[in-house]
Ligand binder design. Structure first.
Ligand code: GLC
Ligand code: GLC
Length: 818
């Protein structure tokens, strides 16, 4: 069952009924001002930091779902009651005709008709401005004139979303507003230390306003039935403490067939500390620098041109990689939606979604390095500075803080370090950056450790320390010690926690000298292969030799202690017992080591890779994707930690964790199995799952972190959509390994591994400043095997395109065959 459809031409997802199984959201904003918006106008806005500069309130976990938003009410002033409705359905939930929500790239438009009044609201954030525009267009489709009231509302958050949701004894007394010339200013704490305030205004003359929530809603009423809307008049209330809101009332008369547009602005503004007030010495906000901005964005022409600009910005991003294959799900994810999700991961990491409160986590070290693998070609300059930020939080031991705070760029002490896989991901992201850009200079950038001035070393040395960190921490089998956890945050083999509520990630009751991770061994080898190439390129031959010896040793350790007979083991616990082995009663086989070890090239020569992937197919693959492990843990194991805290089939306890599935796709592609790789790709492809939306429940246009596994009562149900490493890895798997357009250190490698029934496909790819039109021909219907490559009609040796500075555009033809 579907709740909408893809409009591929407009690059929009069109939701055709408001009661989607869960709120289906979109993101607004690309620079400093951001918003989350659901298909019924729920969500919130913030400036840069979703916790510390939250503009509007949102109530997670509420009933009804999705409470708090950018709510507009329409009221028919000529009709008897009930005579008002929400054109975005929430919060009144009045049945509407022609409801449609179009989520597009950086904007959302919601339209509906009620009793002959058609309403369309377009929400977006212009480039270069710290405000959002709500453009409302009303059309009277009745045969007679109508008198309407429009009420536009927001509920202000008192800035720090955490404090706002907890510190009521203070907050009920601090709220302050100012209303001048029809503009509502929210200025809580501006009189003391804040240099910022928010504003809410409109292009039309106001018939009234409210800023006190109770005055607007009425005592004991909700947003679904505001007394002031029912009454048709606001009371010009000024909030003193309690809950400050912004509510604006516009009256209008529409002739039969008449259409009118108006604009509402919600924004954020800062003043220099020495000119906060006007006149100086007063307590009135200085509005001199803001007023021209408001005037500008209230102009319809400006609204139009800034929307066009935003559209252009997105087109430019999307142009970096466009594909045309026989499969619509591949095309629409690669060409539009996967990129949209990559941008969300770039902007928000794991901070603000409908599953992440915006107040919890900083930027994950491993998460950010992996996200970068997806967006590096979209935003190479930002990728570069992200890498340098990450490296600057690295510890002198080579270890990494598990998270850092984006505003301070400092490591987060609360979560600390000791996740022993973390530092290795930096090698992968730096390698990906150089492969994409050819910018070897990044390796010479001086970068501090732990944000401490005076500790600068070049980035290359950071990479060496990352690698050494693993070698300094080997366990009894010569495999890397796991520390607090590896990629699987919940495999806590040194935790042994018996106290409820204790953090599995920061509690360590064992000295950590026994439990080892086969996954980190695989990741180490994968990273070391890049290090060999990097070291050779910059004439550090000795290091290159050291890495190849280390690879040999690690391969040997995996061969001796990491192979279980038909698949790679996952780990060894604190008792030295294997995890992910046929000898275990539960958790016999895990996906992570099968993926990462094969990606690292293990078992390619002796058939173990094939055997491991066959075991995955047999034991872990389901029609809803590949599970993390199997069987799930049915009770809590002290020696395994959080993984066994989840009921079987959920989250890290054996769900389909979408982040890991691409590793198997890549592994299958490496072994030449294009049909299988693409099949795995499709099983979790959101667009492919659109037709089972009643089961999947999350948005059909973005990946979710997990899909409940076979053992879960809600098998097939997705959760935690949007902010997940699944976006980057699925993008890497499909574009670089299945379509096989893969940046390497010395050029762009063309090595597709596709379903054999495809006749071919074509790609436009911007690589190191050149636009390449790549056309892949598959006349013999093979999966893999390049037989010839022509660049501008001239045959080249091999299948690596080196972009010499000759022309800005090239035609590349690739022939597959036996
Ligand atoms: C979450 C975390 C990620 C971790 C994964 C598995 O997605 O953000 O860092 O690797 O869970 O535990
Ligand atoms: C990962 C997991 C989550 C766990 C968290 C702890 O993100 O997905 O289940 O609670 O790590 O930091």
């Amino acid at each position: 069952m579907q709740f909408g459809y893809f409009d591929d031409e407009q690059r929009e997802y069109v939701i055709t009924r408001p009661d989607t199984p869960l709120p289906w959201i979109n993101y607004l904003g690309c620079e400093g001002f951001f918003g989350i918006i659901s298909n019924t106008a729920g969500g919130y806005s913030f400036y840069k930091d979703a916790r510390l500069r939250r503009l509007t309130r949102y109530r997670y976990n509420n009933a009804p779902l999705d409470t708090g938003g950018r709510y507009i009410y329409l009221r028919d002033d000529d009709a008897g009651s009930p005579n008002f409705w929400s054109p975005t359905w929430q919060p009144t939930r009045t049945p509407l005709q022609g409801y449609q929500c179009r989520h597009g790239m950086g904007y959302t438009t919601i339209q509906s008709t009620f009793s002959g009044i058609k309403a369309e609201t377009r929400y977006f954030i212009p480039l270069g401005a710290n405000l959002e525009i709500w453009q409302l267009t009303l059309a009277n489709q009745r045969p007679e004139a109508v008198n309407l009231s429009v009420f536009a509302t927001v509920e202000f958050c008192l800035w720090d979303a955490m404090d706002d949701a907890t510190n009521f004894q203070r907050n009920y007394s601090v709220g302050e507003v100012e209303v001048v010339d029809g503009v509502i200013y929210h200025k809580t704490e501006y009189r003391e230390r804040r240099d910022h305030f928010s504003f809410f205004t409109c292009s039309e003359r106001l018939a009234g306003f409210d800023t006190d929530r109770e005055a607007f809603l009425g005592a004991y009423r909700g947003w679904d039935s505001p007394a002031a809307v029912e009454r048709g008049a606001l009371s010009n209330s000024i909030a003193h403490g309690w809950q400050p809101i912004g509510a604006q009332h516009v009256r209008l008369h529409l002739e039969a067939g008449e259409q009118r547009s108006m604009v509402f602005l919600l924004g954020y503004h800062e003043n220099p500390l020495d000119s906060k007030f006007d006149p100086p010495g007063s307590q009135t906000i200085n509005k001199r620098s803001l007023t021209p901005i408001i005037q500008r964005y209230l102009q319809p022409t400006e609204v139009k041109s800034s929307f066009d600009q935003l559209h252009g910005y997105w087109l430019e991003l999307l142009e970096k990689f466009q594909v045309h294959t026989p499969d619509v799900h591949t095309d629409r994810m690669v060409n539009t939606w996967n990129v949209c999700q990559l941008m969300a991961a770039f902007n928000f990491s794991r901070s603000a979604s409908y599953f992440e409160s915006g107040i919890g986590r900083g930027m994950g070290f491993r998460d950010s390095n992996q996200d970068l693998l997806g967006f590096v070609h979209l935003l190479p300059a930002q990728a570069r500075s992200r890498i340098l930020d990450l490296a600057a939080t690295q510890l002198p031991t080579g270890g990494a803080y598990h998270q850092y705070q984006p505003l301070t760029r400092r490591g987060n002490n609360e979560v600390g370090s000791g996740f022993n896989d973390d530092p290795l991901w930096l090698v992968l992201s730096v390698a990906a950056y150089i492969k994409e850009t050819g910018d070897w200079g990044i390796l010479d950038e001086p970068v501090v450790y732990d944000n401490t001035p005076g500790t600068e070393e070049i980035l290359y040395e950071h990479l060496e320390r990352s690698m050494q960190y693993t070698l300094d921490r080997l366990g009894p089998h010569g495999l890397p010690l796991i520390g607090r956890a590896d990629w699987n945050d919940c495999l806590n083999l040194n935790c042994f926690s018996t106290s409820p509520g204790q953090s599995f990630q920061t509690t360590t009751n064992k000295d950590g000298k026994v439990a080892e991770s086969v996954f980190i061994a695989g990741l180490y080898i994968l990273a070391a292969r890049s290090m060999i190439q990097i070291a050779s390129m910059i004439a550090r031959e000795k290091s290159a030799r050291v890495y190849s010896q280390a690879i040999d040793q690690m391969e040997q350790a995996v061969g001796e202690a990491g192979w279980d007979g038909a698949w790679f083991r996952r780990a060894y616990d604190d008792f030295g017992e294997p995890v992910g082995s046929i000898t275990c009663s539960e958790g016999q086989i895990f996906i992570e080591p099968q993926g990462i070890c094969v990606m690292a090239g293990l078992g390619l020569a002796d058939g173990k890779a094939r055997q491991a992937l066959d075991s995955v197919a047999e034991r872990l693959a389901t029609p809803h994707g590949i599970q993390l492990h199997q069987p799930g843990y049915s009770h809590y194991y002290l020696n395994l930690g959080e993984i066994s805290s989840y009921p079987p089939g959920y989250k890290e306890n054996g769900s389909v964790f979408c982040h890991t599935n691409p590793w198997i796709m890549i592994a299958e592609a490496m072994l030449g199995n294009g049909a299988m790789a693409h099949d795995y790709y499709l099983n979790i492809n959101p667009s492919m799952r659109e037709q089972i939306s009643e089961v999947h429940r999350c948005e059909p246009y973005v990946y979710a972190q997990m899909i409940a596994g076979r053992e879960a009562p809600t098998y097939g149900e997705a959760k935690n959509s949007w902010l997940t490493g699944a976006a980057a890895w699925n993008y890497v798997a499909i574009t670089q390994w299945i379509l096989g357009i893969r940046p390497e250190f010395d050029g762009l490698l063309l090595d597709p591994c596709i379903p054999p029934e495809w006749d071919g496909f074509s790609v436009e790819r911007i690589f190191r400043g050149k636009l390449l039109h790549i056309c892949v021909h598959n006349p013999q219907h093979v999966s893999r095997g390049v037989t010839a490559v022509e660049v501008d009609g001239l045959k080249i040796e091999g299948n690596l395109v080196i972009c010499e500075p000759a022309g800005d555009e090239h035609q590349v033809d690739v022939w597959l065959g036996k």
